[in-house]
Design a protein around this ligand. Structure first.
Ligand code: SF4
Length: 464
């Protein structure tokens, strides 16, 4: 029997991209390939790219540069580039790296295997669609056939694209407007995932709480979707990212509070604590409105963990405006935050504000001050959990210490605890007592087992 060809996927960017890579891996496996143990020895190397940050471009072209010599030694090896940067740069990728075989975009991920086959016969190919191919993407049966890192946890993409126009963001021009996947498809997908042993799903979209606005004139369906997913037997935990603060409706907060499976965790990107900067960013909410929604959510949802995104050094951000951000962040007491240094993305409004760019040494100093405030609030929030008993979904042995297990609490917090019960495995649900809080994790002690990992049912391969 011939040795199967091998593939490797290198992913840049967000969770949506990571999920796309899982789906891509599922397609490659369905096509008879196996994952390479060493990326550089793979017969096919696929880059799933991102374009949100400047260094993602640099990372891609530097990684491609490193592969040039390898391709010369092994011309039969194939290199493909997909994802957001491929969608944006199109033919430019081949102009800068002529040794790439296939370039595909965000709308035709499902075509990657056939493009790779065609390029063996026809040479380098670039195929970018301007809108999703619904049939191709539907046939791909998105999450079910993905090759996932964890058997018991899965992502489900509920929408693609974005209808907003945040001044710093390139997503709408690359991924297009919002397109929601059909409601029933999503519930069916969650049902199939639950049958295959998945107990936790994370719902993904650029602006999840506007999900369904393009399906019905009655308004977004996100609250209904949360409730419907919560009714799926076997789904015990539901998380989602990201909701837009301007669209966080009372019915979504109510659905979160009333649906047992929805975790008490909310990622609500603030971006800035200055109303002038928020307006320049075209975010569509004020600080007061953000804080009101945050307070409504905290009031309705018991023991809610809140995380956020913040950009430092948006063009024109003054010292006083940055201090406003520090004050809002201190008052909001976030559990954690993703902090970003502003980087201009060509083609965005913010990239044209060159006269207002903030000096890099000023940004760096602001970034450190912001991080210090965030770390203090994260530590306080974590120390306040000491003495509590948390329900933990075990993810496996800790990466740094194999005498410890790691898992996530319902609030999404990473917790490590010593292995004292050999029956605990990835997918087990356990009660763990928190004994220590650090800024980025908790430490605990095992209390009792809630349930063993759920039985995993094998799903036949796509196209089999
Ligand atoms: S909501 Fe704003 S930041 Fe998020 S994807 Fe849409 S345009 Fe980009």
């Amino acid at each position: 029997m011939a040795t199967p060809k091998t593939f490797a996927i290198r992913t840049f960017g967000c969770q949506m991209n990571e999920h796309d890579s899982e789906r891509l891996a599922g397609l490659m496996v369905a096509d008879g390939l196996v994952r390479a143990t060493n990326d550089d020895e793979a017969d096919v190397i696929i880059f799933n790219t991102c374009t949100i940050r400047e260094n993602a471009d640099l990372k891609l072209y530097s990684a491609l540069g490193q592969l040039k010599a390898l391709k010369e030694q092994r011309p039969e090896m194939q290199i493909a580039v997909g994802g957001c940067m491929a969608q944006k740069d199109r033919g430019e990728i081949l102009a800068r790296a002529a040794w790439v075989d296939v370039v595909f975009g965000t709308h035709n991920l499902a075509s990657a295997p056939s493009l790779l086959k065609r390029s063996r016969l026809e040479g380098p190919l670039v195929e970018i669609l301007d809108a999703p191919d619904p049939e191709a993407n539907r046939e791909m049966a998105p999450a079910l056939y993905a090759v996932r890192e964890l058997d018991f946890a899965a992502w489900i993409t509920i929408q693609t694209g974005c209808d907003n126009s945040c001044a710093f963001c390139i997503v709408p021009s690359v991924r297009g407007g919002e397109i929601s996947r059909p409601f029933d498809d999503l519930v069916e997908e969650a049902t199939m995932l639950a049958r295959s042993g998945v107990s936790e799903i994370t719902v993904l979209g650029q602006n999840v709480n506007s999900y369904g606005r393009d399906i019905t004139k009655r308004g977004p369906l996100f609250a209904q979707l949360l409730r419907a997913l919560g009714d799926v037997e076997g789904i015990e935990r539901i998380r989602f990212t990201s909701p837009h603060p301007k669209d966080l409706r009372p019915e979504t907060i109510a659905a979160m509070a009333q649906t047992e499976a929805v975790c008490n965790q909310l990622h609500l990107p603030l971006q800035s604590g200055s109303n002038r900067v928020l307006a320049a960013m075209r975010r569509g909410y004020s600080v007061e409105r953000y804080l009101q929604r945050l307070s409504d959510a905290r009031e309705a949802i018991e023991d809610l963990a809140v995380t956020t995104d913040l950009i430092v050094g948006f063009p024109g951000e003054s010292d006083a405006e940055f201090d406003e951000t520090l004050a809002v962040v201190a008052a909001a007491e976030f559990d954690s935050a993703y902090t970003f240094i502003f980087s201009p993305r060509p083609g965005t409004r913010a990239a044209a504000m060159t006269n207002d760019f903030v000096a890099s040494d000023v940004i760096k100093e602001r970034f450190e001050r912001l991080k210090a405030v965030l770390d203090r609030s994260a530590l306080r929030r974590h120390e306040a959990r000491v003495g509590r008993r948390e329900e933990v979904l075990v993810e496996g042995t800790s990466r740094r210490n194999d005498a410890m297990l790691s898992g996530r609490t319902r609030q999404g917090k990473l917790i490590h605890f010593p292995v004292t019960d050999e029956s605990l495995r990835a997918g087990s649900l356990a009660l763990v007592d928190v004994v220590h809080g650090a800024p980025y994790h908790l430490l605990g002690e095992f209390s009792s087992l809630v349930r063993a990992p759920r039985h995993r049912v094998r799903i036949p391969l796509l196209h089999s």
